[in-house]
Design a protein around this ligand. Structure first.
Ligand code: ADP
Ligand code: MG
Length: 499
């Protein structure tokens, strides 16, 4: 049933010279749930209003039910079966449920005397179409948000909606109410009604949509089946995270031996014959699926899982890393994958966490660690990494995930390592912290550190690494240079590694 309901082609819209929409085309089929996502200002509401006939596009064509329009009016749009449920639901709070649902239909019949019986009958029919049971004489404004939303949907159905556009419909709903809304949407879909679900909550859009549109800066940047998309990819397209690529432009240090050289490193059955070099000022990505050996390799370099054979050279000197202590003496730092389990003492204060790693260093320099020194050091790092906390004496578990990750990073940075190994440094952190961590990584490299970034987050690898090594079954199978590859290629190779 791929019958097309709506198609917009090459739609552009300007507001006083500001381009709100730029050459946007897409279609919606009957009985399809389309997700539309984009950051604030990306043009979502403008597109909705064009489809609703509220705004006139500057360029482009609109086709609904096969009819061609250069512009719509609200009346035409409604006649074609388009209904928009705005965030405020456009209900009259002082009117009853019946009045809100039924009144349009009665008024549109043009009679001078309102037939209240008919209003009630219509309202009842509308509610039954959504399978909802809300008292018809309740005052609308006194009902919970979820009920008001159902009322708005019921009203839309009475207008013979073929496409219901919902603008940020879950903003004020609880988890349970969201699940209920999704059930309603799926019921509507079964009856051949199409939904355009507009939101910036990626997980919800992915859950409910058949296919997803992503807008950025007024452009459609992605249009794909929901099941082919993961949240990370959506996030990447949505934010575009335009990064300053000059910060990862890498120039080889002259003549100096590599910071780290690994030759035929082997720890069976985890990995074998791994060889690579890391230079200073370089961010080297290591990727691979779970079980590819990427984490074990990192732990080997950090002395936690010492290799059984092979050689490790630091700045041209052969070293032996048989325990964590050896790695630390060689100024190698490691930020683990599971910061909660391995990286932080959650019950302890932020300041204690920050100075754990440098305790030896502080002790050796000063004989004893004075509390004041500890606090001062901690406060310096809190401000340097913009960790959001009212006090360094608060426990680490009072911080958000992204801020906890910054604490883990800080505690290693405080020790000023030459080589820093980061394992999944942004897993589970919010978008803002993620961008900040990426910037930090690039800056550290710029200042001379050599960084190994272990990750399967392809946008992350592309945004921070100079080179990327792909591991499969404990071996390095391919090397990519950032400027010679792209996300698609990386993704293809990473997934191919499954087979
Ligand atoms: P979204 O709904 O995705 O947040 P909008 O469609 O509201 O985005 O906005 C897209 C762009 O158009 C923004 O830059 C916004 O400031 C601008 N814009 C939207 N409506 C108007 C308007 N009525 N007048 C001027 N600029 C507008
Ligand atoms: Mg909007």
């Amino acid at each position: 049933m791929n019958e097309e309901l709506l198609r917009v082609e090459h739609i552009s819209k300007y507001f006083a010279g500001v381009r709100a929409l730029d050459d946007v085309s897409f279609n919606i089929n009957r009985g399809e749930v389309r997700g539309l996502v984009g950051e604030n200002g990306s043009g979502k509401s403008t597109m909705i209003k064009i489809i609703a006939g509220v705004y006139e596009p500057d360029k482009g064509d609109i086709y609904i039910n096969g009819n061609h329009y250069k512009r719509l009016t609200p009346i035409i749009s409604i006649r074609e079966g388009i209904q928009v449920i705005y965030q405020d639901f456009s209900l009259f709070p002082n009117l009853t449920v019946a009045e809100n649902i039924g009144i349009n239909r009665v008024i549109s019949k043009g009679g001078r005397v309102v037939n209240w019986k008919e209003v009630y009958e219509s309202a009842k029919e509308g509610l039954s179409r959504v399978g909802a049971d809300i008292p018809l004489d309740a005052i609308t404004g006194e009902l919970p948000t979820a009920d008001r939303q159902i009322i708005a949907i019921a009203r839309a159905l009475l207008e013979d909606a073929r496409l219901i556009i919902m603008d940020e419909p879950t903003t004020a709903l609880t988890q349970l109410e969201i699940q209920h809304l999704f059930k309603t949407i799926n019921d509507l879909k079964k009856r051949g009604i199409s939904i355009l679900f507009v939101s910036h909550k990626l997980n919800e859009v992915k859950e409910i949509s058949d296919s997803i549109l992503i807008f950025r800066d007024g452009k459609k940047v992605l249009d794909q089946e929901a099941e082919e998309l993961d949240i990370k990819t959506m996030e990447y397209y949505m934010t575009g995270r335009q990064i300053d690529t000059s910060s990862i432009a890498y120039s080889e240090p002259e003549e100096a031996p590599p910071l780290l050289k690994v030759e035929n490193l082997t720890l069976r059955p985890c990995f074998s014959n791994v060889s690579f070099e890391l230079k200073s000022r370089e961010v080297l990505g290591i990727t691979g699926l779970l079980g590819s050996g990427r984490t074990e390799l990192a732990l080997s370099l950090f002395g936690e899982l010492p290799a059984e054979s092979g050689e490790i050279w630091l700045e041209g000197k052969k070293v032996f890393i048989k325990r964590v202590q050896d790695a630390m003496e060689q100024e190698i730092g490691y930020v683990p994958e599971d910061r909660i389990k391995e990286g932080l003492f959650l019950e302890q204060s932020i300041s204690n966490n920050l100075v754990v790693t440098i305790i030896d260093w502080l002790a050796s320099k000063m004989g004893i660690i004075r509390n004041q020194t500890k606090l001062k050091t901690a406060e310096e790092w809190v401000s340097k990494l913009e960790i959001k906390t009212p006090s360094v004496e608060n426990p680490a578990n009072s911080l958000s995930g992204g801020n906890q990750q910054r604490v883990v990073l800080a505690k290693w940075l405080a020790g000023n390592p030459k080589i820093l190994i980061l394992n999944g440094p942004t897993v589970g952190v919010d978008v803002g912290s993620k961008a900040a961590i990426h910037e930090l990584i690039r800056n550290l490299a710029k200042q001379g550190m050599g960084i190994i970034l272990i990750s399967d987050d392809i946008p992350e690898l592309m945004q921070t690494c100079n080179r990327i090594l792909l591991m499969r079954d404990g071996r390095i199978v391919k090397e990519f240079r950032r400027e010679e590859t792209n996300e698609e290629e990386l993704h293809r190779h990473l997934v191919a590694a499954k087979n």
